[in-house]
Structures are given as C-alpha cells and as structure tokens.
Design a protein around this ligand. Structure first.
Ligand code: SAM
Length: 382
C-alpha cells in the first residue's frame, strides 16, 4: 500500500475508508492540529490532517523526522476511523512516544560526550560530596513536602511532567551544601506507577510516603504554598513544613491548592515575588522552581538572588529598583495583565509548551544526574 502522504487524488476518492495525511500546515510544538472540517460520520471516514513542517527550526531536524515517521505511518490509512478526534489522539500519542525515544537517545549521547569532556569533572559534584551532603547531615531542618494526590487532575503527560519535576527537585537537593528535609506524600496509584519509571528511586535520599501530608505532619506546623495566598512568606522556619502542590495543570485549575488549604483550615503563604523582583508574567511557578528557590534560601541566598537565579528569562524576571519594596501602581497594572494572562487559556497552553521545550533539556539532564545520584546512594548504603 502506498503512503497516505503520497496518494494520488484518484486513489483518495476510491479510498473513502482511509485517512489522508497531508504535510501542509498546522503543526506547532508537538500538537497536531487538524482542519476544522466536520466529519460526516454516516458516509465519510476520510479525514484530512494537516501537519506543518515549515515552522520547524533548522536545528530541529530530528523533530521533523519524527513527524515524518508519524505522518507517513501507513497503518493510519488502514485504521477504521471512529472520529476525527480519536485519530488525532492516536497520532499525538504515537508522536509523543516516538519523540520520547529519540530524546532518550539524544540524552544518552549527550551524557557520553559530557563524560569525555575534560572540564566535566570540574563542574560536577563528586561522589564523596554526594555521600556527605545528606538530609541527615544537613544544617537545614526546614521541611519541604511535595503533596501528590492530584492524579485525577492530570492526564498521563502532565503526571509524567510532574514526576520529572520531582526528580529534578531531588537532584537540586542532592547538590545543595545543606539539603532541605525533603518529603513526597500521597505517593500511590498512578503517581507511584510513574515514579517507578525512575529506576532506583527507592534509594533516593528522600522521605517517600503513601499517606496524605495531614496524616504525617502536625497541622500547626504546616504552611501550604500557593500563589493565591494573601500571606507573604518572609523567612523559612526550621520546624515548619512547607507544602508544594504536586500538580502540573498549566493553571487550568486556578486556585485549587489555595482552596484546599482553606477547606482544611491550614496556614498558607506565597513566595515574596512582587516584593523582590519585577516579573512581567503570572506568578505561578513550576514545582521545581518553587523548590529550587526555597533550597537556595536555606543555603544563604536572599529572595532576590534566588528568584533572579532560578526564574527563566522568559518569565521576564528583573531586578527591582533599590528601595522599591512597596506595591506600586505599575505592579498593580502588571498583576492585572498577569491575571488576564492567566485567564487566556490558549496563551497559557502555548506558554506551558514553550516552558516544557525550554526546560526539557535541563530537566532531562537533571533527571539523568538524579539516576547517577541514586547509584551513589546505593554505594553509600553498601
Ligand atoms: C504549578 S503550581 C499549581 C497551580 C495550580 N493551578 C494551583 O492553583 O495550585 C504547583 C505548586 O507550586 C506552588 N507555587 C507555585 N507558584 C507559587 C507561588 N508564587 N507562591 C507559592 N507557591 C507557589 C504551589 O504549591 C502550587 O500548588
């Protein structure tokens, strides 16, 4: 059978049961967009899916080749098409799987190259340092817990991103001179299954719990972190437990963690972002960015230093003019725009995708390093 991309018009007409994939237009950041033509389920199973290669960057050849592999997959032509969205879902899933495999190969090659680089050893933490910098040896007694239990609010891909962010948190903590007391709670069901993909995670220097955090920590010591809180965190206290919601939702469940904290009668607080830096986008950070900022605070940085170091440039984080700690009209206007930004779901998704693209390499590297850490931990246990 010929590829669906190369079928002639005559063949197309004869094959009313087949799916036509036309590498024309409409692809952006891993999302396949189909034409808005409604499918007449009674007499036509033919769907035109359009994929745009034109927007791809010159250096993104692998990405394009992945797309070609997916779009030229002959099996699509044989699919008994139920609906246009079912086909789109299948193509997206296949595309995601193929990209994942390619990424893994690229990461492995990158790691191999890095090991051969003579400067590599200078930039990495030694095994000895890793063995010594444990939570038990740390001078920092601040507890940070990532609370899972949002499995029902995340699809497979978001849950995978969530667990990837947790593995990055682990990596950040292992590299800190004084690691925080790190816990992951409600690790069961789909979250546990996803976490189990990190081989050796059971050996990580992290307290893993199946239970909900309210069953582990005393209520009076809990501070739920949420960007919607009116309470600004100024200092991190040793005997307190700071909860980060284990949720990757591109803010589609805006205010969820704040609502949960209120419902459970828990204290809550937000990071002092507008008090320390100017930021032109919304102030909802990713799990690993929140964690990283807090680890850096525990290791002696000021809020300003930590926020400027951790927040990606695309967030537009800038130093605030000296002595400007009051909320200005400019801040209010910026906040207003940020809220409008939050409400624009489409913009948010695009931003989240950019986020993922921009951070993907860094996260992958860190996750890989986390595995190396686990190996170091294993050594320590032996
Ligand atoms: C991606 S956010 C989840 C956003 C979600 N829509 C919500 O309303 O909670 C993941 C977690 O990071 C923490 N977080 C994000 N930005 C924060 C901020 N500016 N201050 C305090 N915590 C923040 C919160 O604990 C939040 O649950």
């Amino acid at each position: 059978m010929s590829s669906p991309c190369t079928q002639s018009k005559g063949e197309e007409e004869k094959k009313s049961d087949s799916v036509q994939i036309d590498p024309g237009a409409g692809y952006k950041y891993g999302v396949l967009v189909s034409e808005d033509t409604p499918v007449n389920r009674n007499d036509a199973h033919s769907i035109q899916l359009k994929i745009d290669f034109s927007g791809e960057k010159e250096n993104d050849k692998n990405h394009v080749s992945t797309l070609e592999k997916v779009s030229q997959n002959e099996s699509y032509a044989e699919l008994p098409v139920q609906s246009k969205s079912a086909l789109k879902r299948k193509m997206k899933k296949d595309l995601w799987e193929l990209r994942k495999k390619e990424k893994r190969i690229q990461e492995r090659e990158k790691r191999k190259k890095r090991k051969l680089d003579p400067t590599h050893r200078l930039n990495t933490v030694t095994r000895k340092q890793l063995k010594n910098a444990t939570m038990a040896n740390s001078n920092c007694k601040v507890t940070i817990a990532i609370a899972l239990s949002f499995d029902n609010y995340m699809d497979e891909r978001s849950l995978a991103k969530c667990v990837k962010q947790i593995s990055r948190c682990y990596s950040i903590n292992r590299r800190a001179t004084d690691p925080v007391q790190f816990h992951v709670t409600s690790l069961d069901g789909a979250s546990l299954k996803e976490m189990s993909k990190n081989s050796g995670y059971e050996n990580w220097d992290v307290n893993l719990h199946e239970k909900h955090f309210t069953e582990i920590f005393s209520k009076e010591k809990i501070v739920y972190l949420t960007s919607e809180s009116d309470n600004v965190i100024e200092n991190l206290k040793d005997d307190y437990v700071y909860i980060i919601g284990g949720l990757v939702d591109h803010n589609s469940h805006k205010g969820l963690c704040h609502k949960l904290a209120e419902e459970k009668g828990l204290s809550h607080g937000r990071l002092p972002i507008s008090e320390n830096i100017d930021m032109k986008t919304r102030k909802v950070l990713t799990i690993d960015h929140v964690f990283n900022v807090m680890v850096n605070i525990c290791n002696g940085q000021s809020w300003k230093e930590a926020l400027l170091e951790i927040l990606p440039a695309r967030k537009g984080a800038q130093e605030k003019p000296v002595d400007d700690n009051t909320i200005t009209n400019g801040d209010r206007i910026a906040d207003k725009f940020a809220v409008a930004d939050e409400d624009a779901a489409a913009d948010e998704d695009a931003e989240a995708d950019e986020d993922a693209e921009a951070d993907e390499d860094a996260v992958a590297d860190e996750a890989a390093s986390a595995d190396e850490d686990a190996a170091a931990d294993e050594d320590a246990v032996c």
